[in-house]
Design a protein around this ligand. Structure first.
Ligand code: RP5
Length: 171
């Protein structure tokens, strides 16, 4: 993370216990040199902090908010209720219900209050970071170029994997 740049992405999460599960967000943002900040706040335990943070996000220069929470995961929805910035909802896996609880409570938003929800576990955290980069890249040609290079490398990577598979199948 570049400490000299103002953050463009705000990562918020319901508990510090979420952080080890969602660190992939920060890794993805770092890969594209996108400055971000990370904070713990809870829709249920500290609702006023969430309202203050999201309500002042635009004037503080944030462009995208990624909201991660597990269980009765209302953080992304509450964030979306208080700002016009795009909100990416990141459902966190849970020990009791496996994250289906987090997924449904994040994704099932009522009309007029969108939350772009990514997967529970798997590529979810990474995709949340990449989606934020893609949103920022709309108005940033150099970031767009980096994304195109990234896509190109993906193609090469998969072609290489396929080549190895074919070789392993040869008798
Ligand atoms: C949610 O409750 C958090 O996002 C976390 O996923 C879950 C458990 O929080 P802790 O009890 O570990 O603080 O609000």
């Amino acid at each position: 993370m570049n400490a000299n740049q103002s953050p463009l992405v705000g990562i918020i999460m319901g508990s510090d216990s979420d952080w080890p599960k969602i660190k992939g967000v920060a890794v993805a943002l770092d890969e594209f040199n996108v400055p971000f900040e990370v904070n713990v706040m809870s829709a249920h335990r500290t609702p006023e902090v969430v309202v203050e943070y999201t309500g002042s996000a635009i004037e503080r220069g944030l462009k995208v908010i990624i909201a991660a929470a597990g269980g009765a995961a209302h953080l992304a929805g509450v964030a979306a209720a208080h700002t016009t910035l795009p909100i990416i909802g990141l459902p966190v896996p849970t020990p009791d219900l496996g994250g289906l609880d987090s997924l449904l409570s994040t994704v099932q938003m009522p009309g007029d209050v969108p939350v772009a929800t990514v997967a529970v576990g798997m590529g979810g955290p990474r995709n949340a970071g990449l989606l934020a980069v893609q949103i920022l890249a709309i108005a940033d040609p150099s970031l767009q170029k980096k994304l195109q290079t990234f896509k190109h490398h993906l193609t090469e990577k998969i072609a290489e994997k396929n080549k190895k598979l074919q070789q392993s199948l040869e008798l």
